[in-house]
Write a protein that binds this ligand. Structure first.
Ligand code: EPZ
Length: 423
């Protein structure tokens, strides 16, 4: 296994270009199961997770080819309806094949994803939604075996919690159902709007995009279409926070600042100079001029502060000038990065879903050997390593490679001293 090594204490400067969004690419790749023909997807990031879902689609009979950041996926060859445990266990988002398989074949047997580092990750809302559309879902031997005789029948689906992949799964299922489906308390993340745009381009009839109530008028069939993946807002936020933590000034290009309304408010409260362009962001966090102010943050569904940027912001708060309260309301166990940050000298106390972060100033952190536990926790350790005095070794960086394209190259271009080593 590889580890990442960072010689900290260097300020960041220059430009970084953002890749396509992992959490848009996964549902849009899954949507190619809905129709035969060649689907064309532009701006697709090359990540461990996108490679995993493409392997899953191959196991279902589809073929694909990549030309740079453009993917061509041929949905014609779909003939199997089972997603095996060894693929699903590595990536929970594999459950996104449930909706399209039920819509296209009326049958889907998918391993239950199981938990992961950040929580139990149940899919009860997904299954309850399918049952509202007439599907029978049996749970046995760690698999969900879903079946419907003929087409799904439109119905009303209510999510207790606005589940992102739950909304995406039901959108894909309802697109080919008979009649109208209404999804209430739907998630409103930008990645869902990206999926709706692709489904509409394929011939779906969907109203209410970007809102919490979606109306889908089912159609008989869909056709392959051409789509573009939106920029990755979590990658964008990760680099913005990294520049603030390491100090310096940088321009983040090929992003959509409109998808991060809450982050920039938080960074400005922390005393950082943030200039918003239409497709770029300029961050000025020269550490000689100002310290980092302590700021509280509570994670919420979009457009609230993203849970996927909680760990990164916490790393920044460890070097603030005061006490910051971080409240994680989405996942029950998303503080795995805390113990590793503490090894680097951070002063953090956890009480349930609250973390009290006592900022120890710009020179708070010292390099150490730490371990990545999940995707966003690993990016939090990278940010800490960039700001820390001395060398930081981060093991198990396969977690990082699930969701960040060429992070070593992008950080090196910003002036960081970082490299991969065989562990
Ligand atoms: C998506 O996960 C993202 N993944 C996650 O990003 C992100 O953290 C999360 O949304 C929240 O924004 C992808 O889009 C591939 P949820 P998802 O269903 O859909 C509970 C990353 O780092 N819940 O919105 O799995 C659930 O336990 C990843 O890129 C149920 O109880 O999240 C959680 O507490 C991590 N039953 C809450 O709802 C269900 O059936 C929100 O989960 C579904 C969810």
């Amino acid at each position: 296994m590889d580890k990442l090594v960072i010689e900290g204490g260097r300020t960041l400067k220059g430009e970084v270009s953002i890749s396509g969004a992992k959490n848009a690419a996964l549902p849009l790749i899954a949507a190619s199961l809905l129709a035969p023909g060649v689907h064309v997807l532009h701006n697709v990031p090359d990540l461990r997770d996108t490679r995993t879902i493409l392997r899953l689609l191959e196991s279902l009979g589809l073929s694909w080819e990549r030309e740079g950041t453009t993917l061509k996926i041929d949905g014609t060859g779909l003939r199997y309806s089972e997603a095996s445990y060894d693929l699903v266990k590595t990536m929970r988002a594999s459950v996104l094949v449930l909706g399209p398989l039920l819509a296209r074949l009326g049958r889907a047997k998918v391993s239950l994803p199981g938990g992961c580092a950040i929580g139990a990750r149940p899919i009860n809302f997904h299954l309850m939604g399918f049952e509202q559309l007439g599907v029978r879902c049996d749970l046995e031997h760690g698999y969900v075996d879903a079946y419907i005789d003929g087409r799904m029948q439109g119905g009303t689906v209510y999510f207790d919690i606005p589940s992102v992949t739950g909304t995406e799964n039901l959108l894909m299922a309802a697109a080919l159902a008979k009649g109208t489906t209404i999804i209430k308390n739907a998630a409103r993340e930008p990645e869902i709007g990206n999926l709706i745009d692709m489904l509409v381009a394929m011939g779906a009839d969907i109203e209410g995009k970007d809102g919490d109530r979606l109306t889908i008028h089912g159609v008989e069939q869909l056709k392959a279409a051409e789509s573009r993946i939106i920029p990755d807002r979590i990658e964008t936020g990760t680099y913005a926070i990294a520049v603030c933590a390491a100090g310096g000034r940088a321009v983040i290009n090929n992003c959509d600042p409109g998808h991060l309304p809450s982050l920039f408010d938080k960074l400005r409260l922390a005393g950082v100079d943030v200039e918003i362009g239409t497709k770029s962001i300029r961050i000025n966090a020269d550490k000689k001029i100002n310290g980092i102010q302590a700021v509280d943050v509570t994670t919420m569904p979009y457009p609230g502060y993203p849970t996927d940027l909680q760990a990164q912001f916490m790393a920044l708060m460890t070097m603030s000038d005061g006490l910051s309260v971080v409240h994680e309301t989405i996942f029950e166990n998303r503080f795995m990065h805390v113990a590793e940050l503490q090894r680097m000298g951070a002063d953090i106390q956890i009480d349930g879903r609250l973390a009290m972060v006592k900022g120890l100033g710009r020179s708070a952190l010292k390099g150490a050997q730490v371990m990545a536990t999940d995707l966003r926790a690993s990016s939090s350790l990278v940010i800490a390593g960039l700001a820390a005095e001395g060398r930081t070794d981060i093991s198990r960086i396969y977690h990082l490679e699930r969701g960040y394209e060429d992070m070593v190259g992008k950080l090196t271009a910003l002036g960081a001293t970082v490299w991969k080593e065989d562990e």
